[in-house]
Design a protein around this ligand. Structure first.
Ligand code: HEC
Ligand code: HEC
Length: 93
C-alpha cells in the first residue's frame, strides 16, 4: 500500500513539474506588414523573412548598420527569432 502511494505521489509530482516547463517562447510578434521598408521599401515581407540572411551576408559592411537603426536590440529581435528557429547566427552590433 505504501509503495502504491509513493508511486502515485511521484507520478503526481512529475506531472506537476511537467506542467511548469515553459513552452518555447515565441520570439517576436509576426509582422503584419506586407512590405519590409528596407532595403528598397517595396520588398515583400515574406521574401524578406526568407532572404534577409543572405542579404546581410552579402552586404555585411552596410546592412547591419541599417538593421540597427530600426531594430536597435538584436538580443530582443534578431537573436530571439534565431534561437527559436535554430541554425541562424547570433547577431551582435
Ligand atoms: C527603416 C526601418 C527598418 C530597417 C532599416 C530594417 N527593418 Fe526590419 N523591420 C522594420 C519594420 C517596421 C518591421 C515590421 C515590424 C512589425 O511589424 O512589428 C520589420 C520586420 C523585420 C523582420 C520580420 C520580423 C517578423 O517577425 O515578422 C525581419 C526578419 C527584419 N525586419 C529584419 C531586418 C534586417 C536583417 C535588417 C537589416 C538588414 C532590417 N530588418 C532593417 C523596419 C526596418
Ligand atoms: C522572424 C524571425 C527572424 C528574425 C526576426 C531575424 N531573423 Fe535572421 N534568420 C532567420 C532564419 C529562419 C534564418 C535561417 C534561414 C536562412 O539562412 O535564411 C536566418 C538567418 C540569418 C542570417 C544567416 C544567413 C546565412 O546565410 O548564414 C543572418 C546574417 C541573419 N539572419 C541576420 C539577421 C539580423 C541582422 C536580424 C535582425 C535585424 C535578423 N536576422 C532577424 C529568421 C529571423
Amino acid at each position: 500500500m505504501r509503495v502504491v502511494v509513493l508511486v502515485l505521489l511521484a507520478v503526481a509530482v512529475l506531472v506537476l513539474l511537467g506542467g511548469c516547463v515553459a513552452p518555447p517562447e515565441k520570439p517576436v510578434k509576426d509582422s503584419k506588414l506586407e512590405k519590409h521598408p528596407y532595403p528598397a521599401g517595396n520588398i515583400e515581407m515574406n521574401e524578406w523573412k526568407a532572404e534577409h540572411g543572405e542579404y546581410v551576408e552579402e552586404n555585411e559592411e552596410t546592412a547591419l548598420q541599417a538593421c540597427k537603426n530600426c531594430h536597435p536590440q538584436p538580443e530582443n529581435f534578431c537573436n530571439k527569432c534565431h534561437a527559436y528557429v535554430g541554425g541562424a547566427p547570433e547577431i551582435r552590433y
